[in-house]
Design a protein around this ligand. Structure first.
Ligand code: GLA
Length: 391
């Protein structure tokens, strides 16, 4: 029995009627690409968000989380129009989005449980999608995958106010165990590339920095705007039509145009664009490496992606940068980077299972030497790839 089911029983004195689940995701190559219509790679992992729930005929939604203090409550027909500033905003936003498209009559009572510390694995998309799955089930709805992704992204963009793309939600839905999701966010075309028989086995190791942060929305959004500004300026330099600023993205600007005019960009904008174009090339090269079973090359590209996120996209807390450095000097790690936006949480790595113990020991020892206060908070988790969520 999951802890959320036990807690449900304790609160309501009966068993929950159902259990919803959505996995977390990793993105080994393709960071900070989706909001500018780039390409990404990703996998869902065998850890994620569970919600133990039962329907409520009166339309009330009543939720608590094992990770957060306050219980949250609203009615399917009366969701606050504006965010309230707490963990349940994703779920209020999700109720609004779903309610705009489908008639909602039933609510639910539920308890939410995350299986890993928060940060970097896209628990926000996972909690939104597992909640969608529960709310759709109690209302007898079955939206198709692209619609679910669209609604979940709209929650982040419009209700929570983060200019994220569709990487997280797509990984958490389209991924297949032992395969690599290769998605073009421009037109949503995707492939799940099987693992080549000659590819060595690997673990997905997650190193939690011990610092749980919420997505730093303002810094995240500023980077996205900087990349857009670069696109806008490049179009103007090249005499291309530049359209509306909010819809501008680097995908509309050919790399040759960037190469020709990059030195006229303000240095910070040039770096954001440099990350985006080089990441685009890394994703394409990474997909081909995966296809031929070349995990060494795939890992190398993931490390490079991490370096570009630090130097060009200029993200990464001191803790995450230290972890990244340690990973690049540890035997048995094919590659890795900070997982997600880089403002919080963890680093992911693809690792050789024969080195599990030595990697755990070396990374833990080297990290805690730098951050002794994080002893007891820093943690290492060994995961495997998994199927995405289906309704
Ligand atoms: C967050 C966002 C994603 C993506 C990544 C960075 O996880 O939600 O859309 O931009 O950061 O690659």
């Amino acid at each position: 029995m999951k802890n959320c089911e036990k807690r449900f029983h304790k609160i309501y004195h009966r068993d929950a009627a159902a259990l919803a689940f959505c996995p977390y995701r990793i993105c080994p190559i393709g960071a900070h690409s989706d909001h500018n219509m780039g390409k990404v790679t990703g996998q869902a992992i065998d850890k994620g968000i569970h919600i133990a729930y039962s329907p409520k005929e009166n339309g009330v939604i009543e939720l608590c989380s094992l990770q957060f203090d306050k219980r949250a409550q609203w009615h399917v027909a009366q969701v606050p129009e504006r965010r309230q500033g707490d963990w349940a905003d994703y779920l209020r936003g999700a109720t609004l989005e779903l309610g705009r498209r489908y008639p909602l009559t039933r609510g639910l009572s539920g308890v939410i449980e995350g299986s890993l510390p928060i940060g970097g694995l896209s628990s926000s998309a996972a909690v939104t999608l597992s909640f969608f799955s529960a709310l759709c089930a109690v209302n007898g709805l079955k939206p198709a995958a692209p619609e679910l992704i669209k609604m979940a992204v709209a929650v982040e963009n419009n209700y929570v106010g983060v200019s994220s793309g569709k990487l997280d939600q797509s990984c958490e839905i389209y991924s297949r165990k032992n395969q690599l999701l290769y998605l073009d966010t421009l037109d949503d075309s995707y492939e799940v590339i099987p693992t080549h028989p000659s590819m060595p086995s690997y673990d997905i190791m997650i190193f939690f920095s011990g610092v749980e942060r919420t997505l730093a929305g303002s810094a995240f959004n500023m980077r996205v705007d900087e990349a857009r500004s670069a696109a806008y300026a490049l179009k103007a330099f090249a005499g291309l039509p530049y359209g509306k600023f909010g819809e501008t993205n680097l995908r509309e600007v050919p790399r040759e145009v960037y190469e020709q005019y990059k030195n006229r960009l303000p240095e910070t904008w040039r770096r954001r664009a440099e990350h985006w174009y080089t990441e685009f090339a890394r994703v394409e090269a990474g997909a081909e490496a995966w296809r031929r079973g070349d995990l060494m090359e795939f890992g190398r590209l993931s490390f490079e992606s991490g370096r570009s996120s630090i130097e060009n996209w200029e993200t990464g807390s001191p803790e995450l940068k230290t972890l990244y450095d340690i990973m690049t000097h540890t035997d048995g790690i094919y590659g890795g980077r900070f997982s997600g936006a880089g403002f919080k949480g963890c680093c992911m790595a693809l690792t050789d299972p024969a080195f599990r113990e030595s990697i755990t020991e070396k990374v833990t020892e080297a990290y805690l030497r730098e951050f002794p206060d994080l002893k007891g908070k820093f943690s290492v988790h060994i995961c495997q790839s998994a199927d995405g969520v289906s309704l």
